[in-house]
Design a protein. Structure first.
Lengths: 259, 286
């Protein structure tokens, strides 16, 4: 990555506490992360270690208890179409067809009609849903729904795509194909992706950087660059080396903590 | 809060005919109708047997009733005060049913949206409506007659009351229970604040609102007889009441049948509209 360019995202000493039944929960403790334009960053960690919380702070759905999150140097105050979110359970609008789901963002931005139409058709083709353009979400398979969710974020000119275990509910075959397609889209566009997963394999397959998080309280354990050439061979010894290294880091919090 | 929901529906529009087998398709399309007719036909047979064997003398035979129905509809058989008046009474009742229903919808929809979305409105209005709701429409009858007098206005008011609560409660339920994820999805796509009301809340609440409207219209037909007990000259409820005072059971039965059929057709129509508008919803039949 070109280190000279200013970072698209900066997370500075972010803490996030929730109160649950009178008990404070430290969901995130002193998380810092700098991400440059065009990076593909994976967040991995056991459930409950604050991955979603971190992502939701970047999205603007949550505000940090302390610290700050910046995009292009400006504090993130609220959700913004420049940062699109892809949810695990899709969160498509069930009353809109595939085409209208994709048109939702451009319509909210009051773009000219002709432009909205062109944008929609382009992204319908990009995610291969031409035949299903007029179908409703409940008529689609999980993989197709997630393609719509990705397309509607891209159609909105998002610069950053935040993905929270997006392929977690899909079968293995569909997941692999969507991983391919996502990498393909990422290569062709200049997207910055933050991808949450609890699968080490998925993280190594996709990520240029892998951020390992550990629970209790949720914090960033390490930030690892992955230099394996793409397309990555899941069965190669190099892949396995990275896997072993990350696995050790994931479980490092079981070791006695240094005060 | 307890909310009545319509059961998932029984019928779905007939499938498109399979090429090459029109007869088979016809048979398949007729089957639900044939099955639906089993119970009414059994009942009709029992009615026929019971009355022709004189197990009871208080109820006319189906044949007599049918004959009377024809007279009620087009006249020319008995030529009494009720001959050929069906349409007049039906139209009078329909105007009250649809008028009261439309007014109930006009009031209950905005009110339900307000109570469902605005916390202050909910705190002020919800307890009041919860308190009023258990009072049955029939209990309002005397008060309604005092307030609105004997006649059409009273009937109208009772139909309004009958249709009001299901629409109100289902609207509140619908706008209150929008999946929170959809608000997040809308806001990250650039649709924020008030714009979310039209683009998220209303469409998401539509299935519940529609359920409320359907129940409301059903109840409007349900209370029409009570509403027309208030001394209106015309209407199917009035016909039934007159039939009772004149001890003309065949008139009562004819009135009941017309209400049943009219209510049924009315329900099919609103269901067809709903199925079209909610074709996106997996819980409604497309
Ligand atoms: N809205 C919330 N209210 C209370 N606690 C929450 C809330 N969101 C997350 N948490 C808690 O914060 C911690 C981190 O959650 P999360 O970020 O969802 O973890 P992950 O996505 O890594 O599984 C968990 O203990 C979770 O219970
Ligand atoms: Mg999570």
């Amino acid at each position: 990555m070109a280190d000279a360019s200013p970072p698209i995202l900066q997370i500075k000493d972010v803490c996030k506490d929730f109160v649950l039944q009178g008990q404070p929960i430290h969901a995130l403790s002193n998380a810092s992360l700098t991400i440059h334009k065009g990076e593909f960053v994976c967040l991995i960690g056991a459930s409950g270690c604050g991955k979603s919380t971190l992502l939701r702070i970047v999205a603007g759905f949550e505000t940090p208890t302390s610290g700050e999150a910046l995009m292009w140097g400006m504090p993130i105050m609220e959700p913004d179409p420049r940062r699109g979110m892809v949810f695990q359970d899709y969160a498509l609008f069930p009353w809109l067809t595939v085409r209208d789901n994709i048109a939702f963002g451009p319509r909210a931005a009051r773009r000219p009609k002709a432009e909205i139409r062109d944008t929609c058709e382009r992204f319908i083709d990009m995610v291969g849903l031409r035949r299903f353009a007029d179908a409703y979400p409940h008529q689609l398979s999980g993989g197709m729904r997630q393609r719509v969710a990705i397309a509607r974020v891209l159609a909105n000119d998002a610069e950053v795509v935040l993905m929270d275990e997006p392929f977690g509910a899909l079968d293995a075959m569909t997941r692999e194909r969507l991983q391919e397609e996502l990498l393909d889209i990422w290569r062709r566009t200049k997207l910055t992706v933050i991808f949450v997963t609890h699968s080490i394999e998925e993280a190594i397959y996709l990520g240029g950087r892998i951020v390992v998080m550990t629970p209790g309280p949720g914090r960033i354990e390490s930030d690892n660059e992955v230099t394996l050439p793409r397309p990555r061979d899941v069965s190669s010894p190099e892949f396995n080396d990275v896997r072993r290294m990350l696995s050790a880091r994931l479980h490092s919090h079981h070791a006695p903590k240094v005060a | 809060m307890s909310v009545t929901k319509a059961s998932p529906d029984e019928t779905s529009p007939a499938a498109t005919p399979a090429a090459g087998a029109p007869l088979q398709w016809l048979a398949r399309a007729m089957k639900p109708m044939a099955l639906a007719l089993v119970v009414p036909l059994l009942l009709l047979a029992f009615w026929h047997i019971a009355t022709t064997n004189r197990w009871t003398r208080l109820i006319p035979t189906p044949a007599d009733t049918a004959e009377y129905m024809v007279d009620f509809a087009v006249g020319g058989i008995y030529d009494d005060a009720f001959s050929g008046t069906l349409l007049t009474h039906l139209l009078a009742s329909m105007s009250r049913v649809y008028g009261g229903f439309a007014l109930a919808a006009l009031v209950a929809l905005p009110l339900g949206i307000l109570i469902g979305r605005v916390a202050t409105a909910r705190m002020v209005l919800d307890p009041f409506f919860q308190l009023m709701r258990p009072i049955p429409v029939t209990a309002w009858l005397p008060l309604s007659m005092i307030l609105f007098g004997l006649g059409a206005r009273s009937a109208f008011a009772l139909v309004f009351l009958g249709a009001f609560y299901p629409i109100l409660l289902n609207t509140i339920f619908g706008v209150k229970n929008v999946d929170g994820k959809l608000f997040e999805a809308a806001s990250m796509l650039g649709c924020r604040g008030k714009a979310q009301f039209y683009r998220v809340v209303l469409p998401a609440a539509l299935p519940s609102i529609f359920t409320g409207l359907r129940l409301g219209l059903g109840l409007a037909w349900f209370v029409i007889v009570v509403g027309e007990m208030t001394g209106v000259p015309q209407g199917l409820g009035a016909v039934i009441m007159d039939g009772r005072t004149l001890s003309r059971t065949e008139l009562v039965i004819c009135g009941m049948i017309v209400i049943g059929v009219a209510g049924f057709i009315s329900d099919r129509i609103i269901l067809a509209i709903g199925n079209y508008l909610l074709r996106w919803s997996p819980n409604h039949h497309g």
